[in-house]
Design a protein around this ligand. Structure first.
Ligand SMILES: N[C@@H](CCC(=O)NCCCC(=O)O)C(=O)O
Length: 279
């Protein structure tokens, strides 16, 4: 049987001397899909809502990536971002409908950082835009003055995990047996966070300041998990991070087996006209 296909959400980023828009996803997501997820990575361009119906029937999983850009507040009725806050309207226009269609179809979904924020917004939740400015909250942002690699793998804080949740069920045996109890250490590279949790989401993990750090979709027919941290940066060293991707990979493999047995399974919506290619 051919290996399963996992779609990876792209951002639109300017590259080169003319800042030409490119559809891009970090190499860390490609490597984790090839590695512990055990699938073939398929980069999904941020080309709009039309992609959901075209792509979903051909995919076995959806990996929603992190990004420096932020979900535009008009999608959740929030105030405009402070000047200079990066947005990516093309990504929003692609991922928000894609998430709704994927969840409805039961396609396995793993949502990381911006991806978890998109999952919340796609299902009707709202975001805080700078949690470090809120009273009593921690600064979860990327330290600006430190080099790339260590800051992405360094543990920034603990996360208390609901022992009864999906996340706890997939962590390695004994994950909660040490002195920390039901808490794991995570990295942290975000400014925004869940404000109002979407009605269909269940919080599964919390930072010490109460920030929601993991969610699952309560009524999802398939695997649907979001984490606010970045397991893709340290899965080679961290067994908890690796376990998240392996569990996603098992769900993806099961979906692929069903899709192969019954082609057309997962078809979520009627196809829409494709957009014109950019000039
Ligand atoms: N922009 C949002 C989401 C944060 C996020 O996904 N960060 C990814 C950073 C990747 C990296 O720096 O390597 C927010 O700020 O909350």
């Amino acid at each position: 049987m051919p290996r399963p296909l996992v779609g990876i959400s792209c951002c639109v980023k300017g590259f080169g001397p003319f800042n030409t828009p490119n559809h891009a996803a970090s190499d860390s997501y490609v490597r984790v899909v090839l590695g512990p997820v055990g699938a073939v990575p398929v980069l999904l361009p941020a080309a709009g809502a039309c992609l959901a119906a075209e792509l979903l029937p051909r995919l076995d999983g959806l990996l929603l990536t992190g990004s420096r850009s932020n979900v535009c507040p008009r999608h959740y009725g929030g105030p405009p971002h402070a000047a200079g806050t990066p947005e990516d309207h093309a990504r929003d226009a692609t991922t928000l409908p894609l998430i709704r269609a994927a969840i409805a179809a039961g396609l396995p979904v793993l949502a990381i950082c911006r991806g978890m924020q998109e999952l919340n917004v796609a299902l009707g939740g709202t975001l805080d835009q700078r949690i470090q400015d809120l009273p009593g909250r921690l600064d979860h942002a990327t330290p600006a003055d430190q080099p790339h690699a260590p800051v992405r793998t360094a543990k920034a804080h603990l996360v208390r995990v609901d022992r009864a949740g999906l996340l706890a069920s997939l962590l390695p045996p004994g994950w909660d047996a040490g002195p920390r109890g039901a808490a794991i250490a995570v990295n942290s590279l975000h400014n925004q966070g869940v404000a109002r949790l979407a009605a269909r989401l269940i919080a599964e993990a919390w930072a010490p300041d109460g920030t929601i750090e993991a969610v699952r979709v309560a009524d999802a027919p398939g695997f649907a998990l979001g984490v606010q941290w970045h397991p893709e940066y340290d899965w080679e060293q961290d067994s908890n991070s690796r376990a998240i991707f392996e569990a996603f990979g098992r769900a993806v493999a099961a979906w692929a087996a069903r899709r192969t047995a019954a082609p057309g399974a997962g078809r979520a919506a009627e196809a829409q006209p494709l957009p014109q290619a950019a000039e």
